[in-house]
Design a binder for this molecule. Structure first.
Ligand code: NAD
Length: 472
């Protein structure tokens, strides 16, 4: 698979290896985009943008067609993701279907005209104009769905895109580019592949008017700085260290499955998954036992095998990061009730790990582990837990679990997070806005808020007579 620039399939002189994390073997070679090729992609996007923005009916039709194509491509995308990302075929298919759902939603989204004044003297409307070219930069954990979280609203709003996936997962996005190329006019969606330095080039390139970035806090800060030099708009969807908090009336046996998968979905490699679980002392032993029972029975293995529930981690650096966080916490006195180490043999597999004797201040509690590990922390005082969570710099999501949803909601809304869930975690939808506070990000994706973030307001003021400048 090759890059798609201005509707053309473009090879690159240099390539880089893409490894299959489940086997450690080379899966593919991806093109290494040069600075000149990035310029080509940006010019193609810029050339295509005015025409693309001019015809909203065409945009909606094309997004709908693209949605259908992504549904058809789900099995193929699932196979690519299993190879380059180590995730199960089920999860890979869900990524493609998520892309299809987001395209469908934005194809059918009805924008309302906002009239702020209509009287004898004047009519004032607020309309939305596209920004121009968007640099879209995505991470490796959910590469296809994350790409469509940007592609669907950005294109509907009338922008064109240059998309760069993570160097760990370039092939699925290259395939998305090929599929799009059969449907969209040339230059509307360009896909380039390369390392972090290519991302940095895209944030400082003079053409794009917006950078939509999903990734780590560290890279997000660099993106923000780089975009500031040219006052480009940014959306930054960054890391999280989501807490789930059980109240004393929760029933661990009943909610254990939901808690477990709220943490271990996609092997824990998700910004909005549960990263730490706070449990009243009275329920701690029972909760740990219920979670450990599930963890012991989860089928970890070949991502392409039907019975597999968790494939491999997405890459070796991530395996090393999770291993290091757990090892350091164990050496500080934490206990692994299950797991606590990589699976022996080839591939980036890690045993599903439930930890106790892990406290605030330990790496596995304070840092975003982004892996199949969950510390279960007993507490005596609920207010202390909320203060601890709110003292941290992450603010993506959080959840509170209780037999009394209203009581849970009253606590959940005191968490300084972008999404507060009650008796659930990590539930996303096309129409609910999503974003973080503090270091978890800037800006919003999804729903009309997400569409707004890919456009600028234009006020159209029509005077009915002739008037002088001034304010009313
Ligand atoms: P990363 O920040 O290392 O890389 C993300 C993307 O940015 C990659 O394409 C990378 O090549 C590119 N990049 C790296 N440095 C760059 C720079 N200086 N300028 C421009 N681009 C640059 O993140 P990752 O390791 O791929 O992904 C994991 C991180 O992503 C986790 O921290 C996770 O929480 C976060 N994430 C956040 C969300 C969200 O919606 N909030 C969703 C998924 C993942």
């Amino acid at each position: 698979m090759q890059m798609i620039l201005g509707g053309e399939t473009v090879k690159s002189a240099a390539t880089f290896e893409v490894l299959n994390p489940a086997t450690g073997e080379v899966y593919a070679h991806a093109p290494e985009c040069t600075a000149e090729q990035l310029d080509l992609a940006m010019s193609a996007a810029s050339d295509a943008q005015k025409t693309w923005a001019a015809d909203e009916t065409l945009r909606r039709e094309k997004l709908q067609e693209f949605s259908g194509a992504m549904m058809d491509a789900a099995p193929e995308i699932a196979e690519i993701l299993a190879e380059e990302n180590g995730k199960t075929l089920d999860l890979g298919g869900v990524e493609a279907l998520t892309g299809a759902a987001w395209l469908d939603y934005f194809a059918n989204f009805e924008r309302e005209t906002v009239v702020v004044r209509d009287d004898d003297d004047a009519h004032t409307e607020v309309v939305r104009r596209p920004l121009g070219v968007v640099s879209a930069i995505t991470p490796w954990n959910v590469p296809v769905a994350m790409a469509f979280f940007k592609i669907a609203p950005a294109l509907r709003a009338g922008n064109t895109i240059v998309l760069k996936p993570s160097p760990f997962t370039p092939m699925s996005s290259l395939r998305v580019g090929e599929i799009a190329n059969e449907i969209l006019p040339p230059g509307v969606l360009n896909v380039v592949t390369g390392g972090d330095e290519l991302g940095a080039m895209m944030t400082k390139h003079p053409v794009p008017r917006k950078v939509s970035f999903t990734g780590s806090v560290a890279a997000g800060k660099l993106v923000y700085q780089s975009a500031a030099a040219d006052l480009k708009r940014v959306t930054l969807e960054l890391g999280g260290n989501d807490a789930a908090i059980l109240l004393d009336d929760a029933n661990p046996a009943e909610i254990a499955e939901a808690l477990f998968w709220g943490a271990f979905f996609n092997n824990g490699q998700g910004c909005i998954l549960i990263k730490r679980l706070y449990v009243p002392e009275s329920l701690h032993a029972e909760t740990v036992e219920a979670l450990a029972e599930i963890a012991k029975n989860v089928v970890v293995g070949d991502p392409t095998a039907e019975e597999t529930q968790l494939g491999s981690l997405a890459n070796d650096p991530q395996l090393r990061r999770v291993t290091d966080l757990v090892d350091r916490s164990l050496s500080e006195g934490a206990t692994a009730v299950t797991g606590g180490k990589p699976v022996e043999g080839a591939g980036a597999f890690y045993e599903p790990t439930i930890m106790t004797n892990a406290w605030d201040g330990m790496p596995i509690v304070d840092e975003e582990q982004f892996g199949p590990v969950l510390p279960v922390i007993p507490y005596q005082n609920l207010e202390d837990v909320v203060s601890t969570v709110n003292r941290g710099m992450y603010g993506l999501g959080g959840s509170v679990w209780s037999a009394d949803p209203e009581r849970a909601e009253a606590i959940a809304t005191t968490l300084e997070v972008g999404t507060a869930w009650v008796n659930s975690h990590a539930v996303l939808s096309t129409d609910a806005p999503f974003g973080g506070v503090k270091w978890s990000g800037l800006g919003i994706e999804h729903g009309h808020w997400g569409l707004d973030d890919f456009s600028a307001i234009q006020v159209v003021h029509r005077n009915k007579g002739v008037s002088r400048p001034g304010a009313l």
